[in-house]
Design a protein around this ligand. Structure first.
Ligand SMILES: [Zn+2]
Length: 174
């Protein structure tokens, strides 16, 4: 699962290091991922984009939800169509989503059972901090990261939540 950020880019590096053959899946929400898709193309792996375009749903159903529902359903669909041993998603050691991992695994495995597949859902680098994962990247990969909600990989705004998180968990960590 490729979002453009530190953790998913670290997964690319991790896969490269261990010689895994990977495809990237990026879920684009309401055509909002121009910058992330641009950076995904720089990575050089086969890249799938799943576009979720749902103006009527968003107009009438306005409750907030966790992103996991979008990327995990997309990952299930790609796993169903392909021949994958594992699906990886990016997490870091201080990620607020960590406690959900066992439930995600249960949910994933239930769907794989329905699909009669053995594909596993894993977050191989979840024990590493965001900074440690950033340090794993090549200079080129670092230059491609999108850690900004609105900006491009080469021009972060330095103001949004994503930029603040990057500053706090990567730049300010000695
Ligand atoms: Zn920003």
């Amino acid at each position: 699962m490729y979002s453009g950020g530190v953790e998913s880019t670290a997964l690319i590096q991790h896969a490269t290091k261990w010689g895994h053959n990977i495809d990237l899946l990026h879920v684009t929400h309401n055509r909002s991922s121009t910058n992330e898709m641009a950076s995904a193309k720089l990575m050089g792996n086969r890249l799938f984009e799943l576009q979720l375009i749902k103006p009527e749903i968003d107009k009438h159903l306005t409750d907030k939800h966790k992103d996991v529902v979008m990327w995990m359903s997309g990952a299930m669909m790609v796993a169903a169509k392909g021949d994958y041993q594992e699906v990886w998603h990016g997490k870091h050691s201080m990620d607020p989503g960590l406690p959900s991992i066992p439930l995600m695994t249960t949910s994933w495995n239930a769907m794989m059972k329905i699909l009669e597949l053995k594909t596993k859902l894993l977050a191989p680098l979840h024990e590493y901090s965001k900074r440690a994962q950033y340090d794993m990247l090549t200079p080129y990969q670092k230059s491609c990261i999108v850690s900004c909600r609105g900006g491009k990989y080469d021009a972060p705004c330095n103001k949004c939540v994503k930029c603040q998180e990057f500053k706090q968990l990567v730049e300010d960590v000695a």
